[in-house]
Write a protein that binds this ligand. Structure first.
Ligand code: MN
Length: 293
């Protein structure tokens, strides 16, 4: 017998937050919500037409124990890291970065005439992989399959799969699904969720509702967490709807979190701070060409 449809159990309108060297963004969820979204730790949405809201960027900073997933919808974000990677994340591109034991990187939005808009999701690493090798994946908008929907919408598959079409990001420990879903006005769609996985959606544009115990509309900017069950069912409003749909296998491990470093035990945070002070935080590096402050 199929499991019943999942219902929305919590709604997160997002909180205006200033991060990095002064970037204005909206934070959907973060350390206060642990372990609700396990294995996901944080979702930030940046979006502004005003360069003064984002140009200060995120200068050189460390990460350990997590993966950061940057998805740019509009504008460009330049980046560089201690693995020697550098480049620009443009509209439609995704950077899926595994910090492993330690990486120092910078993420600097570039001036654009239009809107700088996008997301950063933090995905937790299992304890056994937190001190693993850092790895970096830069994917261009052309790298992702788009599955057309009957009613005219489409589903872009970043990770996991939709209707047997697999996204290019594979081999992630928590087996995530990351979809960018666009639904035509008045259309509906079912999205399966692997058994026991956490599932949430973030409304990007338009309006729609999810079937279940809380069917009231989800407005753009809102993040909703689903309870247990099978998949979810979405119906768009008159203007259509676009949302990110993310699922992953919970880790059920303790979380010790300080800023950009997320480990399991407080001692591991203290070790990380000591290593940052001493200068031996990064275990694997290639020379950085740019100057570090
Ligand atoms: Mn970062």
């Amino acid at each position: 017998m199929p499991e019943p449809i999942r219902s929305i159990t919590r709604r997160f309108p997002g909180t205006p937050t200033i991060e990095g060297a002064g970037v204005h963004l909206r934070r959907s969820f973060s350390n206060r919500e642990v372990p609700l979204f396990d294995p996901f730790l944080l979702l930030d949405r940046f979006g502004s037409r005003r360069p003064e809201d984002y140009l200060a960027g995120f200068p050189w900073h460390p990460h350990r124990g997590i993966e950061t997933v940057t998805y740019v919808l509009g504008g460009r974000v330049a980046h560089g890291d201690t693995l020697g990677n550098s480049g620009v994340i443009g509209a439609g591109d995704v950077q899926w970065m595994n910090s492993g034991s330690g990486i120092i990187h910078q993420e600097m939005p570039q001036r654009t005439d239009g809107m700088l808009t996008g997301f950063q999701l933090w995905v937790n690493l299992p304890a056994r992989e937190k001190m693993g090798l850092p790895a970096y994946r830069g994917l261009g908008s052309d790298d992702f399959p788009n599955v057309p929907l009957e009613d005219g919408g489409s589903v872009k598959v970043v990770a996991g799969s939709f209707r047997r079409v697999e996204g290019p990001v594979r081999g992630i420990p928590v087996d995530p699904t990351y979809l960018d879903v666009q639904v035509a006005p008045g259309a509906s769609l079912e999205l399966p969720v692997p058994n026991g996985h956490t599932a949430f959606a973030h409304a990007v544009e338009g309006e729609g509702s999810f079937d279940g115990a809380d069917p009231s509309p989800v407005a753009a900017g809102e993040t909703v967490l689903f309870g247990s069950g099978g998949g979810v069912r979405y119906r768009s409003g008159d203007a259509g709807g676009r949302f990110l749909f993310v699922t992953g296998r919970p880790l059920h491990e303790p979380v010790a979190w300080y800023g950009p470093i997320v480990m399991n035990r407080p001692e591991e945070l203290r070790t990380a701070m000591q290593e940052l002070e001493r200068g031996d935080f990064v275990k694997h590096r290639r020379p950085i060409v740019e100057e570090r402050p």
